[in-house]
Ligand binder design. Structure first.
Ligand SMILES: [Zn+2]
Length: 216
């Protein structure tokens, strides 16, 4: 099976499908955000630098993220992984290709294609719990059992502040604009697999399985 680089606009279901890959096939979930947080929490040399950069309100340099990612990929050598939230720009994508070559890692890029109306509907239907579980009132599969109450911990469900129409549109358009060159790049490398998500999530996952088995 192949490793996965997951690229998806907000509300396309990346989190759900990453979890399924983890549960069903034992994929490691690698999020560069988590890796950076770990470095900071463990107070490593790099972590201290990263914290200073973030505290100053700046973005962490690509080179630092790449370095952390590379050492993480080495440490899980041989295990299957899903890379989530990276690359975010063309420079990072090119650097990632170098690392994959160096570490002899085989991979496929999966882009979940969702149209803006559908993504908006999903976003506006999202309600979350303080325990971390999230639900969707517009999706039968993701509705809570009791309206407004968390299945897991019985707490009251709330909407996130940034799940409104205005901020959704900005997030969605920014995502498309930033990812256009990345998708173009992977298309040229013949690594891009586009999966449309306007179908039941069960069928989306079946397509993902075709990709990791090299049949898509
Ligand atoms: Zn809960």
């Amino acid at each position: 099976m192949k490793n996965v680089v997951f690229i998806a606009p907000p509300a396309a279901g990346k989190g759900t499908h990453s979890n399924k890959l983890k549960e069903k096939y034992g994929y490691e979930h690698i999020s560069t955000g988590d890796l950076l947080r770990n470095e900071i929490n463990n107070k490593t040399e790099i972590g201290k630098k990263v914290k200073a950069v973030i505290d100053a309100g700046n973005l962490v340099e690509d080179d630092i993220i790449i370095k952390i990612l590379e050492s993480n990929l080495k440490s899980i050598a041989g295990k299957l992984f899903v890379l989530d939230g990276f690359p975010r720009n063309l420079n990072q994508a090119k650097k990632l290709t170098e690392i994959f070559k160096k570490l002899n890692i085989d991979y496929e890029v999966i882009f979940l294609l969702i149209d803006e109306q559908e993504a908006m509907k999903r976003t506006l239907g999202r309600i979350v719990c303080s325990c971390g579980k999230s639900y969707n009132i517009f999706n039968e599969d993701f509705k809570p059992k009791v309206e407004g109450i968390c299945d897991v911990c019985n707490s009251k469900l709330v909407k996130r502040d940034d799940d409104n129409e205005e901020s959704f549109k900005v997030r969605f358009q920014t995502f498309l604009k930033n990812n256009e060159p990345i998708l173009e790049y992977y298309k040229k490398l013949d690594k891009l697999n586009v999966i449309t998500v306007n179908k039941h999530s069960k069928f989306v996952f079946e397509d993902i399985e075709e990709v990791i088995n090299g049949n898509y």
